[in-house]
Design a protein around this ligand. Structure first.
Ligand code: CP
Ligand code: NVA
Length: 307
């Protein structure tokens, strides 16, 4: 049987995604009553990080513990996967020990290369192409706050990066309206949009690309942003700070969206750059619920793939 991986949001069917949301919600409710479901007793998850992380590491590690299993952290922050031994060799060795692997890499190709020979499920914990655990958590959080996702408008302000790609993909598949405002040269790629539309042509979702952030947020139910320079783009940070200056999520931009709009950010945030402190700490922000939900949603993924 083919090993099931979770590498992009398309690895789950739309029905599978709803089942995952229901599972995550049930796990969250049970945890709030102090009930730990130990469905992964004696199971091990290896977590390999080429890059820094707080949320992804902690939410997976504590999530595994709560499900009765165990997580092993492998930090490769000074080295890339494939330097000491080939990626496929590492994958075959690790899958001989563990019941699942979570990878945070620089290149998306590394996740693909690892998954191919792996005999256990591989979960993408962020690559330069995608951040699927984040995007599904975000939709789970919106559903928790607003109910049915269909026709909800999410306005993303910033670069067409890994988080934007996964969100556009996930929103489109759920029949949501995804609008992204980016400066010239930093837009969401048309190839991705075409792929997403071809994969789920009947979803009822829309993806629109705009230049003006004020226009993008008009009528939005959710305003979302992420850092201007992602991990691995640190040397472009100063230049991007100038280019993205008009793409800050601040009180004025939020006024254009309206009082009912929720504010989201995957974190870590650079307060004063892509988002202001008053907005992140303000009444419309659900940023910290979003961060907490990483654990509940990923417990659902772990249960589904390793259980
Ligand atoms: N949002 C997110 O993935 O955070 P970390 O980089 O801290 O894991
Ligand atoms: N786009 C950011 C997300 C971090 C969670 C990055 O890749 O660095």
């Amino acid at each position: 049987m083919k090993t099931r991986h979770f590498i992009t949001v398309a690895d789950l069917t739309p029905e599978g995604t709803l089942a995952l949301f229901d599972e995550a919600e049930a796990l969250k409710q049970r945890l709030s009553r102090g009930v730990h479901e130990r469905c992964l007793a004696d199971k091990s998850l290896v977590m390999i990080f080429e890059k820094a992380s707080s949320r992804t590491r902690l939410s997976f590690e504590i999530g595994m513990t709560q499900l009765g299993g165990h997580a092993v952290y492998v930090g490769m922050l000074d080295e890339r996967l494939g330097e000491r031994e080939s990626v496929p060799d590492a994958a075959r060795v690790v899958s001989g020990y563990a019941d699942g692997v979570m990878l945070r890499t620089y290149a998306h190709g590394t996740v693909m290369e690892f998954a191919k020979p792996s005999s256990v499920p591989v979960i993408n914990g962020r690559s330069d192409y995608n951040h699927p655990c984040q995007a599904l958590t975000d939709l789970f959080t919106i559903r928790e706050k607003l109910g049915n996702l269909k026709k909800i408008k999410l306005a993303y302000v910033g670069a067409g990066n890994n988080v934007a790609r996964s969100l556009a993909w996930a929103c489109y598949r759920r029949g949501m309206r995804f609008a992204i405002a980016s400066p010239k040269g930093y837009e969401l790629g048309d190839r991705l949009i075409k792929k997403v539309r071809n994969l789920t042509p009947e979803s009822g979702g829309t993806i629109s690309k705009l230049r003006d952030p004020h226009k993008a947020v008009r009528g939005a139910d959710v305003v979302y942003t992420d850092v201007w320079a992602s991990m691995g783009q640190e040397d472009e940070a100063a230049e991007r700070r100038k280019i993205f200056r008009d793409y800050q999520v601040n009180a004025r931009l939020l006024d254009a969206a309206g009082k009912g709009a929720l504010v989201m950010h995957c974190l870590p945030a650079h307060r004063g750059d892509e988002i202001t402190g008053d907005v992140i700490d303000g009444k419309q922000s659900i940023v910290f619920d979003q961060a907490e939900n990483r654990m509940h949603l990923q417990k659902g993924i772990l249960k589904m793939l390793l259980g």
